[in-house]
Design a binder for this molecule. Structure first.
Ligand SMILES: [Zn+2]
Length: 275
């Protein structure tokens, strides 16, 4: 599932191909994936695209000022790609929305499992108020102080708290596990037991891991591709995610797999002891 680094990679690669382009036409092949008004204007026809925005795992196609805005969530298997010409397989039944740009290129929203979607808003401001306001601060920019304030009274397991998008936006199962391993913190530890040192350590490690993942083009675990249709490489550097039962890369102990907040959680019992 695309998390912050993957969505950021989509945003950056997409930006190179769409900024300054005018949307000529839109084809909605599956209306159910679009929430909000489904008109040409609402879907940006006639508008010039600006730099796309991101908050957590959410992406937005913006047109500046009072222009309309389209929010995109990639869900589990969604992708948003821009190609120079019509996609080779123009009958691909998983492509739900197709935008035609003024240089002939095509931007497509594809989502086989349909957990993602496209949301239309009258303006970027409306989108922020109606949709992004429910999200916590972005994981790439959150400060130790804010993290402490948001996690301080939570009795839930730190793993579950990291996944709660209303507390901190952008982390999913992959980066939460990698982050806790990097910090030597047990995923089972109640968030309220974190010390000031832990808050600082978490914030620093979070930025480092997320930035490295962005530089590596994100993690392609299943079918993630960036805005140019390319897979990421960060999955080769995962230390714990997807490695339950295998030896810890640091101490050699067998990595444990548990279910926390309904998600498979992998950690090293020796490097990440429960305090
Ligand atoms: Zn270990």
């Amino acid at each position: 599932m695309p998390e912050l680094p993957e969505v950021e990679c989509v945003r950056r690669t997409l930006a190179r191909r769409i900024v300054g382009r005018r949307v000529i036409d839109v084809e909605v092949r599956r209306a159910a994936v679009v929430r909000g008004k489904v008109t040409g204007r609402a879907l940006l026809v006639g508008c010039v695209l600006e730099e796309p925005c991101r908050h957590g795992k959410h992406l937005a196609l913006t047109t500046g000022g009072d222009g309309p805005c389209v929010g995109v969530h990639l869900g589990m298997t969604g992708s948003l790609c821009c190609e120079a010409t019509e996609p080779a397989d123009s009958g691909d039944k998983h492509v739900h929305v197709l935008w035609k740009l003024d240089n002939g290129s095509m931007m497509s929203f594809r989502d086989p499992r349909r957990f993602g979607g496209v949301w239309t808003f009258t303006t970027q401001e409306a989108m922020a108020a109606q949709r992004w306001s429910a999200l916590g601060p972005d994981a790439l920019t959150i400060t130790p102080k804010t993290l402490a304030r948001r996690f301080g009274s939570r009795r839930g397991a730190i793993k579950a708290v990291l996944l709660d998008q209303t507390l901190i936006a952008g982390l999913g199962n992959i980066y939460a596990d990698e982050l806790l391993f990097a910090c030597g913190l047990s995923p089972m530890m109640p968030a309220c037991r974190l010390t000031t040192d832990d808050h600082a350590k978490l914030t620093t490690a979070m930025r480092r891991i997320l930035r490295r993942a962005i530089d590596a083009g994100g993690s392609s675990v299943r079918d993630y591709v960036d805005g140019h249709g390319r897979a990421g490489r960060y999955q080769r550097r995962h230390q714990v995610y997807g490695r339950a039962g295998l030896p810890c890369t640091v101490c050699g102990s067998t990595l444990a797999g548990n279910i926390i907040a309904g998600r498979t959680t992998v950690h090293c019992p020796r490097c990440q002891p429960l305090r």
